[in-house]
Design a protein around this ligand. Structure first.
Ligand code: AMP
Length: 213
């Protein structure tokens, strides 16, 4: 059978047609923000995800942009998995109509399970909870803890300040350019999904060598 291995070109075509993102973890504000563009962009991302058969993994809440994402995908018949610590479930802020609600013991367990269940990570506009979750996944990418794409939906230039800070970190010698480049950023939901699907992990050897030296 060995001499009947398919040519590389056929394998590439086969891989290109395989869905690389089965589930996307989306970090989103527990508020909707002041501009209608934020909820519109979250809904547009959710519609594109449902259209491409990409399920949602998220914090499990029913409020803010989290609720917009979950409701839009559920309305479109897609899969939504919420991951929430028992303490937050007890406060009755969990979305009750999800495909599945995973209840965990702590915020740390929640983040680990969300990371495990998803094939990539995206932040739409949000507050410090959203920011912390995105940056943690970017840090895990830098360390090679996972090899999954990270992106942000920069609607209405919401994340221009963060992009500027990351560029400043590169200029000042605290962040390597190749690690800065791990964070995909665009205002277009469809483009974001395509870039996430096309992303290939960079080597982490240099970064680890740097830490060890
Ligand atoms: P923030 O951006 O500060 O509004 O926090 C939103 C992020 O933190 C989400 O991605 C959730 O994972 C988590 N989070 C904060 N508040 C809640 C809530 N009420 N219900 C569920 N998750 C929440």
């Amino acid at each position: 059978m060995r001499d009947r291995v398919q040519p590389q070109s056929l394998l590439r075509i086969a891989c290109a047609s395989m869905p690389t993102l089965r589930r996307l973890c989306v970090y989103a504000g527990s508020n909707v923000g002041t501009r209608p563009e934020y909820a519109a962009a979250a809904a547009a991302l959710a519609e594109r995800m449902a259209g491409r058969g990409i399920g949602l993994v998220y914090g499990g809440g029913k409020v803010g942009l989290m609720g917009v994402l979950a409701d839009t995908i559920l309305d479109a018949g897609g899969e939504v998995v919420g991951v929430m610590p028992q303490a937050l479930v007890n406060r009755e802020i969990a979305h009750t109509g999800l495909s599945k609600l995973e209840v965990v013991g702590s915020m740390h367990e929640r983040k680990a399970l969300m990371a495990e269940l998803a094939d990539g990570f995206v932040a739409v506009p949000g507050g410090i909870g959203t920011l912390e979750e995105l940056i943690e996944m970017l840090t895990w990418s830098q360390l090679g803890i996972h090899a999954k794409p990270c992106g942000m939906l920069d609607v209405a230039d919401f994340y221009s300040g963060l992009s500027g800070l990351l560029d400043h970190m590169v200029r000042e010698g605290f962040l390597r350019a190749e690690n800065r480049a791990r964070l995909i950023s665009t205002a277009q939901p469809g483009t974001l999904l395509k870039l996430l699907e096309a992303w290939e992990p960079a080597s982490v050897t240099n970064w680890l060598d740097l830490v060890r030296s």
